[in-house]
Ligand binder design. Structure first.
Ligand code: ZN
Length: 295
């Protein structure tokens, strides 16, 4: 099987009545699964959120802009936290990657039950200004796509159709992942909204389309065949953690003198694990003592 690169397209119809973002994320979701050793349902929950954040991330303008998407539904998975940077880079984790629930009928993964729907979806948009922009809405189902559509409508007054999907294979690997967001622009005609609704009611789940080998362009044209669409951008997507020894050292520094002295005394060394990628950073007695001297 040929593994196609993950990428995203941004398209607009020639009349300017709608925008669409379509992403394939099979490889980056599989990478996340391997890093976190997640259960099938947790893989689906994290994968849907990574896909959503990847799409939302490309809506930002500047290189250092950061989007954080946090979902806290009170379910067994705990929090889902995903960070997207411009240029198609995402990273993320869930509190309890091994947590799982019984599938629904026909073996469909019950993401809503694992995530829970008693909580909020929060976005934090850091554009390098004094204060980040924070938006929040209550979860609808914990299935994530529905929750994001509700967020866009209530928090940003942006009517949107959101579809996110992850197909997990029998060996727990990711067979297909991706999604799309369609945004209706203010000038859209009522009959065009009806056309979109009818197309969405008929189209197969996005993960099925990706498993069949459809590209983002083909998915866009399949759903919006009645519109004259053009692709504005094509952006490669990847799971990329920006942790480093320097940043992790900063975490140790932030513990303060007393705590670091205690670690040296009691354990003689420290191991810090990056939550996003599970990379381990070890600091021995000499290195810890050096951090103390520099404090
Ligand atoms: Zn990392």
């Amino acid at each position: 099987m040929i593994i196609l690169k993950d990428y995203l397209i941004r398209g607009i119809d020639k009349l300017g009545s709608l925008r669409i973002f379509v992403a394939t994320t099979t490889n980056l979701v599989e990478e996340a699964r391997l890093m976190h050793d997640s259960s099938p349902t947790a893989t689906a929950a994290l994968g849907r959120t990574l896909t959503a954040a990847a799409i939302m991330g490309v809506m930002m303008k500047n290189d250092e802009d950061t989007l954080t998407l946090k979902i806290n539904g009170g379910g067994p998975i705990g929090n889902i936290l995903v960070v997207a940077k411009n240029g198609g880079r995402v990273k993320g984790y869930v509190d309890f990657p091994l947590a799982d629930v019984e599938p629904k009928s026909k073996g469909k993964l019950d993401v809503g039950a694992l995530v829970g729907n008693n909580g909020t979806l929060t976005t934090i948009l850091d554009l390098g200004l004094k204060e980040p922009y924070i938006g929040q809405s209550n979860l609808v189902s914990g299935e994530i796509a529905e929750d994001l559509a509700s967020y866009y409508l209530l928090s940003e007054q942006q009517p949107s159709a959101v579809s996110l999907g992850v197909l997990v294979d029998r060996d727990r690997s990711v067979k297909a992942a991706g999604g799309y967001i369609i945004q209706l622009l203010p000038d859209i005609a009522d009959e065009d909204i009806t056309k979109i609704e009818e197309a969405l009611a008929k189209v197969e789940p996005v993960s099925t389309l990706i498993a069949k080998g459809l590209s983002p362009e083909e998915i866009m044209n399949k759903i919006l065949f009645e519109f004259d669409m053009q692709v504005l951008d094509k952006i490669d997507l990847q799971f990329k953690c920006d942790c480093s020894r320097d940043k992790i050292e900063g975490v140790i520094v932030s513990l303060g003198r007393k705590e670091i002295e205690d670690i040296i005394e009691e354990d003689g060394e420290a191991e810090v694990v990056c939550q996003y990628c599970n990379k381990k950073y070890g600091f021995d007695k000499v290195e810890l003592s050096k951090i103390l001297i520099d404090l």
